[in-house]
Design a protein around this ligand. Structure first.
Ligand code: NAD
Length: 352
């Protein structure tokens, strides 16, 4: 018998195509009237659209969200929020924009409406990762969790295929590690399996036609389900390694997940045979780690940490950091084991 504790995360989720049009209604629903809109410089074009939709409820915008939520960027955004007298945050973008929104919410208590445009899943987790002087720390609290998520499939149609692939595998990583987490429960298990099946089928469709609305809808739904798992149970070796590689060595978030995932799956396979069998079933394959590696290769995604810019001489330091921390993982973390899997991931070999 499986024993578990499950805590439901109470976010309101609006899902569809063209749902950005409901932005004003969602701001009003929160009882707010002065929204500050956040995004990245690359997506700054979305601000005019948001302003038009929000009308008099648009108080201003901040278009300088960047990866890993640096505290100096948050400080600038916070000054603007105070200057504008904003009473809610509207974030339109990927995990980087969502991270800035969460950083503002945790400092001000302002409610958040998140409009995700990648598959990172951060919008449904109570977790915030921030960097201060190059050191990344993570905190979790109920105030970090956004009040409302508006998924608009149309905003993802222009997400470039390479980012769609890496971001999609980032989502798969949340679902896969949820299946062997100590807090795994029937709710997260079903969400995770559905997410893996949807995402693995959607990505080839998106690569073939990035404007395929059905494939995009499946991927976005898979991202939501996977993010829900990430917010509900603890993550293992895979997330720990990616946190180290991103936080301490500056590697790109989603691409790093994409390279590392099949190797950690292979490392854990013998210690989590039931989870791995179910993951293989969701992927429609005999061997789960090989199937993830093959999917990434077929979609021309990254397979090597060397290719992502990790220097060979840094491998030993990554092992040291991974072994020196405590976190749940089905297989014991050994320096030799982690070194071997990192070596394979660095060289771009298939999972052992
Ligand atoms: P990102 O938000 O940095 O986006 C990558 C790039 O794609 C950016 O330049 C962005 O402007 C652009 N982009 C996003 N959507 C687009 C679209 N639809 N069309 C065109 N361009 C688009 O990348 P990400 O992988 O979504 O997020 C990574 C960040 O999120 C990291 O800082 C990571 O730590 C964090 N994260 C946090 C959690 C959590 O639960 N706290 C979960 C996952 C990721």
């Amino acid at each position: 018998m499986q024993e578990f504790t499950y805590v439901r995360q109470a976010a309101r989720v609006v899902f569809g195509a063209g749902t950005l049009a409901r932005l004003r209604e969602e701001v009003e629903r929160l009882g707010c009237s002065r929204a500050v809109v956040l995004t990245t410089a690359r997506q700054a074009g979305l601000v005019a659209r948001a302003r038009e939709l929000l009308g008099p409820l648009a108080a201003g915008e901040f278009t300088r969200a960047v990866a890993h939520t640096p505290t100096d960027v948050t400080a600038s955004a916070l000054d603007l929020v105070r200057e504008l007298g904003a009473d809610c945050v509207v974030a339109i973008g990927g995990g980087s924009t969502t991270g800035l929104s969460k950083a503002l919410a945790v400092r001000t208590g302002l409610p958040q409406i998140i409009v995700p445009t990648t598959y990172a899943g951060s919008e449904v987790t109570p977790v915030l990762g921030e960097t201060d002087n190059g050191v990344k720390t993570t905190q979790s609290s109920p105030e970090i969790l956004p009040e409302t998520v508006v998924y608009d499939v149309d905003l993802t149609l222009g997400l470039p295929v390479p980012i769609s692939v890496t971001s999609g595998v980032n989502a798969m990583a949340h679902a896969i590690e949820a299946l062997y987490a100590p807090q795994a429960n029937p709710v997260t298990d079903e969400l995770a399996l559905r997410s893996i099946a949807l995402m693995s089928a959607a990505l080839p469709g998106i690569a073939a036609d990035p404007t395929d609305r059905e494939a995009r809808a499946d991927a976005l739904q898979a991202a939501w389900l996977a993010g829900t798992c990430l917010g509900a149970v603890g993550m293992g070796l895979h997330h720990r390694l990616c946190h180290i590689l991103g936080g301490s060595f500056g590697l790109p978030h989603a691409a790093t997940h994409t390279v590392v995932l099949p190797h950690v799956m292979a490392y854990n396979a013998g210690a989590a045979p039931d989870a791995m069998r179910r993951i293989a079933g969701a992927l429609g394959a005999a061997d789960a780690p090989a199937a993830v590696y093959d999917l990434v290769s077929a979609l021309h995604g990254p397979v090597s940490l060397g290719e992502l810019g990790l220097r060979e001489e840094n491998l030993a330091r990554v092992v040291e950091l991974a072994v020196g921390a405590s976190y749940p993982n089905p297989r014991e973390i050994t320096a030799d084991g982690v070194a071997a899997l990192l070596r394979d991931a660095w060289e771009g070999r298939g999972p052992a």
